[in-house]
Design a protein around this ligand. Structure first.
Ligand code: KIV
Ligand code: ZN
Length: 513
């Protein structure tokens, strides 16, 4: 068979924007910046950093990412409104390669009930939006929200308007995860054929996973002529999530015979990206998740194990090494020194300065006293918690629990130079400690989800807790880790309180404007 040269497609990562819209997945500015730098290493073409008009915190995160990221493009989202577009352009001011992403809905149901606009008004609004965006930022992406439930003839009209005003990328999202593979292929082929885009304008797909078809639909969109895929690490995103970056990239890598497309993603950075995101957000990766799940390379049955030992290709279509799933030979313990710790951090992709390394070393020694071997995942949790501490309002100094029916807890928190101590009783040690935190902070929260997992093997494993807390209607995820599971739960709860305080302050600043 004749070998065809693969077509280069662009990967537009929206982990920090659509991904962050996953219930409870909020990250602070520092965490977003850390993730953005990892995405740059991963080699994505565009990083959608956020929606700057949403809050002061969001604006700040986009602008910091715009300053720090050099190789990937940095995109900011804006509705087709003057204020949104000007705000997004300001947030992108320091970006080396900025993209302004503006959108308006195009389906009848959205136009009539959400926008309360006629199709003619939508066309005009889109025209003005793209024109303004293009005046402010050299590269503009235009999205027709809910494109897959829109009339195709109307999409053609709308896309022509956006291109006339200078849009460089046209995105046709499956906003509600409704389309099927053959439909999306035909939709792209139809619109592209009718529009006849000029050289340099590319079409993009952005699929949600409500029916579990996001990845399949992205592949079909390529067949219909799309040349950019919007996706997220671990497939996180609004509701059931978005196209999963690692799945789409590894399909293209593994099945070149069927899908003759390539992208710039460095596959060995997939696992580090997945790990970092799940540590930062507390959103755990399901064990059976393709590519990055804990069981993705685990062979349980004897027949499979025998086959893999004889020749790994019998049951493995991808090697763990290819996606950066490597167990390092350097295992740390209480006799490890600073140099070994620094080397391990480097291996994990973190270059710590002297001060950070000193702080981490103290934490590490503390942990190594409690458990024999400190694994990569343990260390990742320590680094993430160290960086979170820089931004926390309250720091947990001590938690002690006692008794049974009722349980009592004593909690000591530090806020700047001040120390607060309080006690409370509750249904179990975690409940009692959270009540003591409520008494100190004055912030009331309802725990809606609570999950604890052992990060690494062994009886002395670190327990990684994730808690979703509802504070006055706002859901926030917190995470915390410790060899003591009560302490990890309390840390997770306090982490959520700290995030809530940051969010509340950001909203207060915006509404005071
Ligand atoms: O799902 C969607 O339609 C979106 C747009 C803003 C691109 O996220
Ligand atoms: Zn979306």
């Amino acid at each position: 068979m004749e070998k065809v040269n693969p077509i280069r497609i662009e990967i537009f990562d929206t982990t920090l924007r659509d991904g962050e819209q996953s219930p409870g997945a909020s990250m602070n500015t520092q965490e977003k910046l850390q993730m953005a730098l990892q995405l740059e290493k991963l080699g994505v073409d565009t990083i959608e950093a956020g929606f700057p008009i949403a809050s002061k915190q969001e604006f700040e995160a986009v602008s910091k990412i715009a300053t720090a990221v050099k190789k990937s493009r940095v995109a900011a989202l804006a509705r087709a409104l003057e204020g949104d577009i000007e705000c997004a352009a300001r947030a992108l001011e320091s970006a080396e390669k900025p993209t302004l992403h503006t959108f308006i809905a195009s389906s009848e149901i959205h136009m009539e009930y959400k926008l309360r606009m006629t199709p003619k008004e939508v066309l005009e609004r889109a025209r003005k939006a793209v024109k303004l965006a293009k005046k402010l930022i050299p590269r503009v992406e235009f999205s027709a929200e809910d494109a897959t439930r829109s009339k195709w003839d109307f999409l053609v009209e709308l896309v022509k308007v956006a291109i006339e005003e200078g849009a460089d990328v046209i995105n046709l999202p499956d906003t509600v995860g409704y389309v099927t593979p053959s439909e999306i292929r035909d939709m792209f082929a139809f619109v592209i054929d009718k529009v006849q885009p000029p050289e340099g304008v590319i079409f993009s797909c952005h699929n949600h996973n409500d029916l579990g078809l996001a990845v399949a639909n992205a592949l079909s969109a390529l067949e219909g002529g799309a040349r950019q895929i919007e996706c997220t690490v671990n497939g996180i995103g609004e509701r059931a999530g978005n196209t999963s970056l690692e799945e789409i990239v590894m399909i293209l890598h593994t099945r070149q015979d069927i899908y003759p497309y390539t992208c710039r993603v460095v596959t060995t950075e997939i696992m580090p990206s997945s790990n970092l995101l799940s540590k930062l957000t507390g959103l755990k990766v399901p064990y059976n998740k393709p590519i990055v799940g804990r069981n993705a390379f685990a062979h349980e049955s004897g027949i499979h194990q025998h086959g893999v030992i004889a020749n790994s290709k019998t049951y493995e279509i991808i090697t763990p090494e290819l996606i950066g799933n490597v167990r390092s030979t350097l295992v740390l313990g209480k006799h490890s020194g600073r140099a070994g710790l620094a080397k391990k951090c480097e291996e994990l992709g973190f270059n710590l300065d002297r001060e950070e390394l000193d702080k981490l070393y103290d934490k590490f020694m503390n942990l190594a006293e409690k458990k024999k071997e400190v694994y990569d995942d343990d260390l990742l949790l320590l680094i993430v918690s160290l960086r979170q501490e820089e931004f926390e309002t309250y720091h947990l100094e001590q938690v002690r629990t006692a008794g049974h029916d009722p349980h009592t807890a004593l909690v000591k928190l530090r806020r700047g130079e001040e120390t607060f101590v309080d006690t409370a009783i509750g249904d179990g040690p975690v409940d009692a400690a959270c009540k003591a935190i409520e008494r100190i902070t004055g912030i009331l929260g309802q725990i809606e989800q609570f999950d604890i997992r052992a990060t690494t093997p062994g009886k002395d494993a670190v327990g990684e807790a994730t808690i979703v807390v509802n504070f006055y209607g706002k859901k926030v995820t917190g995470n915390g880790s410790s060899t003591d599971i009560v302490e990890s739960a309390v840390k997770a709860y306090l982490n959520a309180v700290n995030k809530y305080i940051a969010i509340r302050e950001a909203y207060e600043t915006v509404s005071a404007k």
